[in-house]
Design a protein around this ligand. Structure first.
Ligand code: UT7
Length: 332
C-alpha cells in the first residue's frame, strides 16, 4: 500500500499596491467619517491599486515571494491556480499571465472564482490535486483588485474594500502537514445579495448602464453579515470535526477579513477568545480572495504560528460561497 500523501504549505508570500488610502482621505471626498468606518467595520486604511497594478502584477509579486520562501524556482511548479473575481481580462485566465510573468514552465494554469472564499476554495482544490498525485508542486495565489469595481461615490461600499494578493506553495509530503480537513460550499439563491451586474454576458456594457453606474458592486450588507456569521461558524465546526480535533487544539483562527464585528460574532459563537483570532483588516480593509492569505502571511511573519501548529482558515463571500480548512502549518 502506498503511503498517504499530504500537501504541505512550504512557502508563503504577499503583495499590496503602493497607494495607501486612509479613512480621513475618504471622509474628505464623501459623506462619511473615520469614526463611522472604524466603529462599524474596524477598518482604518486600505491599499488601492494604480493603473500599473492589475491583478496579475500583484499576484505575480505574491507568488514570487512564496516561491522564494519555499526555496523553489518557478520551473518546479507544475500547477498554478489564481483565485480571483477581478481578472485582468474576461479571458484568457489571469493565471496564464502570471505564469508568463513568473517564468514558469508549461504546467496547468487556471483561475478559480469564488469571491472572498477564493483562497479557501483554492486550498481545497489544490490540496486535492496534490493528494491525488496530479500535482507535486502547486502555487496557489489569491489576488483581487476589487477597488476597480467600486463606485467611489457610494459610501455603503467604497469604505470597505482594498486590493492585495497572497500566495502559498503546496508540495507533496508523506507527513501530515497542510490541509487536514476542508469543506467548501455555495448557496446560489443568494447570488444577487452581492454582485457586479454589468460587463458579462448577462448584461453587456452599454453607455446607458454605465450612466446608471451599474458596472459597480452592490450589496445587501446586513443580509450578507447574517449569512457570513452562520456560514463561517458551520463550515469551521465541520472542518474541525472532520480533522478529528477540538477547538482547543487550534492555535490560531485566520478568518476572512470583511468586518471586525463579523469576526467577533464568529469567535463568540465558536467560544473562542479574540486572542486566538487573527485580525489585520484595520490596515487592509476587505481584500476579497486575498484576505485570508494576507492574514495568514502576517500571522506567520509575526511568529504567531509555528511549524506543527493547527490553524483554522474560514471564509465567506459573494455567490454566496464559504469554506474552511484545518491546516497543520509548516513542513517536515
Ligand atoms: O466579504 C464579504 C462581503 N461583504 C461583507 O461581509 C459585508 C457585510 N456587511 C457589513 O460589514 C455591514 O453590514 C456594513 C459595514 C456594510 C454596514 O454596517 P451596518 O452596521 O450593517 O450598517 P447599516 O447598513 O445598517 O447602515 C447604518 C447607517 C445607514 O444610515 P441610516 O439608513 O440608518 O440613516 C447608512 O446609510 O449607516 C449609514 N452608512 C454610513 N454612514 C457613514 C452606510 N455607510 C456609511 C458610511 N459612512 N461609509
Amino acid at each position: 500500500m502506498s503511503s498517504p500523501r499530504y500537501a504541505a504549505l512550504v512557502g508563503w508570500g504577499m503583495a499590496v499596491p503602493q497607494r495607501l488610502v486612509t479613512n480621513e482621505e475618504l471622509a474628505q471626498r464623501i459623506d462619511t467619517s473615520d469614526a463611522w468606518i472604524r466603529s462599524r467595520t474596524g477598518i482604518a486604511q486600505r491599499y488601492v491599486a494604480g493603473p500599473d497594478e492589475p491583478t496579475s502584477v500583484l499576484a505575480a509579486a505574491a507568488g514570487r515571494a512564496a516561491l522564494t520562501r519555499a526555496g523553489l524556482g518557478p520551473e518546479a511548479v507544475d500547477t498554478l491556480i489564481v483565485a480571483t473575481c477581478t481578472p485582468d481580462r474576461p479571458f484568457p485566465a489571469t493565471a496564464c499571465a502570471v505564469q508568463r510573468m513568473l517564468g514558469m514552465g508549461r504546467g496547468a494554469a487556471f483561475d478559480l472564482v469564488a469571491a472572498c472564499s477564493g483562497f479557501v476554495y483554492g486550498l481545497s482544490v489544490g490540496t486535492s490535486l496534490v493528494r491525488s498525485g496530479m500535482s507535486r508542486v502547486l502555487l496557489l495565489i489569491a489576488a483581487d483588485v476589487f477597488t476597480h469595481f467600486i463606485d467611489w461615490e457610494d459610501r455603503n461600499t467604497c469604505v470597505l474594500f482594498g486590493d492585495g494578493a497572497g500566495a502559498v506553495v503546496l508540495q507533496v509530503s508523506a507527513a501530515p502537514f497542510g490541509s487536514l480537513a476542508s469543506n467548501i460550499g455555495a448557496w446560489g439563491a443568494g447570488e444577487t445579495l452581492m454582485a457586479v451586474d454589468v460587463g458579462g454576458t448577462l448584461l453587456p456594457t452599454t453607455s446607458e448602464l454605465l450612466s446608471e453606474r451599474r458596472q459597480y458592486v452592490y450589496m445587501n450588507g446586513r443580509e450578507i453579515f447574517r449569512h457570513a456569521v452562520r456560514g463561517m461558524c458551520e463550515s469551521a465546526e465541520q472542518a474541525v470535526r472532520e480533522a478529528g480535533v477540538s477547538f482547543d487544539a487550534i492555535r490560531l483562527v485566520v478568518p476572512h477579513q470583511a468586518n471586525v464585528r463579523i469576526i467577533e460574532a464568529v469567535a463568540k459563537r465558536l467560544g473562542l477568545p479574540m486572542e486566538r483570532v487573527f485580525v489585520n483588516l484595520d490596515r487592509y480593509g476587505n481584500t476579497s480572495a486575498a484576505s485570508v492569505p494576507l492574514a495568514l502571511c502576517e500571522a506567520a511573519e509575526q511568529g504567531l504560528i509555528a511549524p506543527g501548529d493547527l490553524v483554522l482558515l474560514t471564509a465567506f463571500g459573494g455567490g454566496l460561497t464559504w469554506g474552511s480548512s484545518v491546516v497543520r502549518w509548516g513542513c517536515e
